[in-house]
Ligand binder design. Sequence first.
Ligand code: HEC
Ligand code: HEC
Length: 384
Amino acid sequence: MSDVALGGSMKPVSNLLPSLVAIIGVGIAAAAPLGLPPVAVPANNPMTDAKVALGERLFNDKRFSSTGLVSCSTCHAKEKAFTDSPLQTSVGVHNQEGTRNAPTLVNAAYFKRMFWDGRSSDLEDKSRHPLVNPVEMGLHDYAPILQIVRTDPEYVGMFRAACGREPAAVSMTQVKRAIATFERTLIFGDSPFDRWYFGGDKLAMSESAKRGFKVFMEDGRCQSCHTIEQNFALFSDNRFHNIGVGINRIRQELLRLTPELLLAKARGINVDKAVLSNEATAEFGRFALSERFDDLGAFKTPSLRNVAVTAPYMHDGSLETLRAVVEHYDNGGVTDKTDQVSDYLSGGIRPLHLSEQQITDLITFMEALTSPEFAALATTPDAQ
Ligand code: HEC
Ligand code: HEC
């Protein structure tokens, strides 16, 4: 398979993506790999090679944390498909454990909202940021970052090249835009599934994976949320659903916790901080933002691309294997069959009664969603 495997090699990602960083005009990135649409680029943040290189350096810079030990790549490591697999929940400054599993940043550019509960609108991220979250990078404010980027000679040159700005004129807007630009290059498709489904290569996927695709589309009803379009597949409907993960942990306390949360919000608590540091608040999911009861315990549908190499799974990292995930769905939205089903479960979730063969095939299908760049991380043949 592909020898541009990321494991071990620390080549800058920008070198792996010559076609993507060639941009036509403002608005849309040029080429996208098989199975994916072009990436939308905001008009006020056009992509250039200089900005991608700057964004990548910022992404890897540990000095932007209160301890000097944590960078974005600590939790979104290139050699782990931009996750911190196999950690269940992320560990930030001072070894503080957060409440949530770090999602891959691969193809995150396609999401309409960021984070498991969608509390951020885009990659440029106007208001909340890991840099200043106490359990992530732990800075009190952005001053230390500005100090570094305005004085470090390498940054000074890079900001000049990327934004045409002199040191004193560099603000967090340029820093965030450069990081977002780098994130928009993390576009990976061309999996065995893409080569089979969109590329017409009959041999690209095993027979088991092909049967698994049928389960995904039909008996499993997976594609109603993990969507596949005619010309591309994001494997996410960009919406929020309660599929029965985590919410049971607070079900007994909901009557007490819900008014408490609403009151705290009315008083102006920092929701970003609350959901990453408080285990109960974390489980409210989309509700913590929307305050709509049908959003209780609802989280964003993640893409399934490269899922075979990013265990463990779900917003809380509570399911260790793809088999555990499929069994959770097969049980109708409970991990342990004897658990009570959540009252707020999304409509599409009910017992599936899949056969043992169907379960195996469905897993094999998900293993065929691995992009060649990450295939070396896979432990099963179908993911390579
Ligand atoms: C301590 C670990 C940690 C660090 C450091 C960290 N992240 Fe994250 N990141 C996470 C976790 C955990 C989530 C999920 C949080 C949630 O959904 O509530 C996340 C989510 C994201 C998302 C949303 C992806 C999606 O699919 O919705 C983006 C984008 C992101 N991080 C970018 C960054 C950038 C850029 C940096 C550096 C400035 C960074 N992260 C630093 C752990 C981390
Ligand atoms: C009603 C919408 C819906 C349906 C139907 C659905 N999913 Fe999901 N899926 C989600 C949501 C939402 C999450 C995240 C839930 C969470 O973290 O609490 C998720 C998470 C996952 C994950 C974990 C991914 C990760 O990166 O952590 C896998 C794997 C998965 N689903 C596979 C499947 C399969 C296989 C099926 C069919 C049997 C299926 N899904 C059906 C909405 C759905």
